[in-house]
Ligand binder design. Structure first.
Ligand SMILES: Cc1cc2nc3c(=O)[nH]c(=O)nc-3n(C[C@H](O)[C@H](O)[C@H](O)COP(=O)(O)O)c2cc1C
Length: 173
């Protein structure tokens, strides 16, 4: 089963997850940054990784996802919010909604990824009351995000994708 892994990553978080996913498939998988726009012809499974940008996949990943036809598609992502938050769920759902109906959606993985320190600084300068203004809850979330993706996230990504691979081999997907 030939697998194509395409990732969009500004600061390296999503790239780390992409590399973990590649380890699951070994030589049967090829990995490309989204900027290379690799053609998906000839691949059975296409895994696309994105960073969450304002509640959905970043623009480059969006463009790649919407162009896919007649593939088995899996998504993975990193974001600043907690992975079990409603925001994380909605962000992934928004990305899944971009997949054309000719494809078969296999499943997804999402974990936290450190937020660009420059962005965190900008948040600190916002006036109180602004929706993104810094507060103790947000500061704690950024501190936690700064530790991710960690070894446990990468192991979880591998477990999920190993399950996808297993099911695809068994013809269950
Ligand atoms: C412009 C911008 C917008 C972002 N929007 C969100 C968002 O809506 N929700 C969220 O949880 N994280 C958001 N983030 C945080 C990133 O999704 C997160 O840090 C991600 O892990 C970055 O991945 P990368 O290192 O692969 O670029 C945003 C970051 C940037 C720079």
């Amino acid at each position: 089963m030939k697998t194509l892994i395409v990732y969009s990553s500004l600061t390296g978080n999503t790239k780390k997850v992409a590399e973990a996913v590649q380890e699951v498939f070994g030589e049967a998988a090829e990995l490309f940054p989204v900027e290379e726009k690799p053609p998906a012809d000839g691949y059975d499974l296409v895994a696309v990784g994105f960073w969450v940008d304002r509640g959905t996949a970043d623009k480059k990943a969006q463009d790649y996802i919407t162009g896919l036809r007649n593939k088995k598609v899996a998504l993975f992502a990193t974001l600043g919010a907690y992975p079990d938050s409603e925001h994380a769920q909605k962000s992934m759902a928004n990305a899944v909604a971009l997949i054309d109906d000719s494809n078969q959606f296999i499943g997804s993985f999402i974990c936290q990824g450190k937020v660009d320190p420059k962005l965190v600084e900008q948040f600190k300068n916002l006036p109180a009351g602004h929706p993104h203004a810094m507060n103790p809850e947000r500061a704690a979330r950024h501190q936690e995000a700064a530790k991710h993706p960690d070894e446990s996230d990468l192991a979880n990504a591998k477990t999920i994708f190993a399950e996808f691979r297993q099911k695809l081999h068994a013809g269950g997907l």
